[in-house]
Design a protein around this ligand. Structure first.
Ligand SMILES: [Zn+2]
Length: 83
């Protein structure tokens, strides 16, 4: 039996969700039960999903540039060719 146990992120101290669907469900529950609108975003520190009161659109760029999981390619079109 796999039961969802909320863990907290060491960096942000937010509850970690393993997938986006679960986080979205939690956000939906919060909206229905408490009328609190929450956004879902992926944490770059733990790689899990968190909920935030703020619209993450503003933060996403800042976080993703720091991320190590997803390489941010600035050298687009740069292909070393050694023959
Ligand atoms: Zn986190």
């Amino acid at each position: 039996m796999h039961y969802f146990t909320p863990k907290r992120c060491a960096t942000t101290n937010k509850i970690m969700y393993h997938d986006k669907v679960k986080a979205l469900q939690a956000a939906e529950d919060s909206r229905i039960e408490r009328g609190t609108e929450l956004w879902v975003y992926r944490c770059d520190f733990c790689g899990m999903w968190h909920l935030t009161h703020r619209n993450p659109q503003l933060n996403v760029v800042r976080i993703s540039q720091k991320g190590s999981r997803k390489p941010y390619s600035r050298k687009k079109g740069y292909k070393p060719r050694y023959r």
